[in-house]
Design a binder for this molecule. Structure first.
Ligand code: KG4
Ligand code: ZN
Length: 343
């Protein structure tokens, strides 16, 4: 089957055509709004919504062109239904519904987090269940992925997400938005040992995260003066990675004690594009007797291919959404876990 996937939940307008047969990704276009948001040092929701509205139709036309197909070749349309900046989500969902209605196609509303969670299965044959570290600008969670639509949240952040910590830290260091890639680049010329930063939550029971203290500590060091950008970036990246590794180690132990049958550690989300993090997770998995798989960087940051793919997986599992689906600003993957925890 051939599915059009639409992603508009943050600051990338993205569309893709994905097949359940190889080659799977027939076209995958991402239009970044970075230049429009950069002067503000972060994403401005109103600007994002307007930019999605201006560009989505043209982007979908170009994506179909690149895939060499017309609307009539599609078997379903999937769009991010949340969570995210609601103006953008509405633009994507309304567009997908209009195409589905006009062409008589099934419509699938995909949870953005499920898009990240299943993205690895688009490129590698990772079997359920697997342990997932989902690290992006808005989310930082450890999830036991038992199947399509079956997620158990083991831990989450009690304040900032890992990507948010990198974005805010980068701003403090005078690096451009988005902070993650800028920090990774600057860290190559830096020495992490020159700037001592805390490792919030390290060694604590469970596998929740906290990053706001890290940002405060870095802000104090920068205000005191004498922090070279490269050293600050290296220290920030090292601290974030140490925290992610410690919490993931705890999650692996939790899976063991539950006899969850996990054989693979998976990383997904924008921060999983970070090479130093991938190296550290790969080493942790090896020590723990697990395989480690992360999607290629283009599939880690927001894109339409992961939404189309999650649509294919949901369709195959028998899910369909009605045209009365209401876009959701918040949409936890594991409602039970979300009710018990914060964010
Ligand atoms: O998944 P994503 O594109 O959007 C959200 O759903 O949030 O993730 C964006 C986040 C940003 O915080 C960005 O700084 C971070 O991913 N990021 C990175 C890298 N590339 C993107 N963080 C560390 N290293 C990278 N190479
Ligand atoms: Zn994302």
């Amino acid at each position: 089957m051939l599915v059009l996937g639409i992603e508009t939940s943050c600051d990338e307008t993205a569309a893709a055509v994905v097949s359940d047969q190889a080659p799977r990704v027939r076209a995958n276009l991402v239009l970044s709004q970075l230049a429009q948001h950069r002067p503000y040092g972060g994403v401005v929701p109103e600007i994002a919504a307007r930019a999605h509205l201006d560009h989505l139709d043209g982007l979908i036309a170009r994506t179909l062109d690149e895939a060499g197909v017309g609307f009539e070749a599609l078997d379903a349309v999937a769009a991010t239904g949340g969570p995210g900046l609601i103006g953008g989500v509405i633009v994507g969902v309304m567009t997908a519904k209009a195409i589905a209605f006009a062409r008589g196609l099934p419509f699938l509303a995909v949870n953005h987090l499920e898009g990240h969670a299943l993205s690895v299965r688009l490129v590698a044959g990772v079997a359920f269940p697997f342990l997932l570290l989902l690290v992006s600008g808005g989310h930082c969670q450890l999830l036991l992925v038992e199947g399509v639509g079956r997620y158990r949240r083991l831990g989450t952040t009690i304040d900032d997400a890992a990507g948010e910590a990198l974005d805010k830290g980068a701003k403090l260091l005078g690096l451009p938005y988005p902070g993650g890639p800028a920090v990774e680049r600057a860290a190559k010329d830096g020495n992490a040992d020159r700037v001592a930063l805390p490792r919030p939550m390290r060694g604590r029971a469970g596998c929740d995260f906290s990053f706001s203290g890290l940002k405060t500590a870095l802000a104090r060091r920068v205000a005191a003066g004498g922090v070279a950008v490269g050293d600050g970036a290296a220290a920030l990246q090292a601290a974030v990675i140490d925290c992610l590794i410690d919490r993931t180690r705890h999650a692996i132990a939790m899976c063991r004690s539950r006899r969850a049958g996990v054989g693979t550690l998976v990383a997904a989300g924008g921060v999983a594009a970070n090479q130093a993090l991938r190296g550290a997770l790969s080493a942790l998995a090896a020590q723990s007797g697990l395989a480690f798989v992360a999607p290629p960087p283009w599939l880690c940051t927001d894109n339409g291919a992961m939404i189309a793919w999650a649509g294919i997986e949901r369709f195959a599992a028998g899910h369909r959404d009605g045209l009365d689906f209401a876009p959701r600003p918040r949409w936890p993957l594991d409602p039970a876990g979300a009710a018990a925890g914060s964010k």
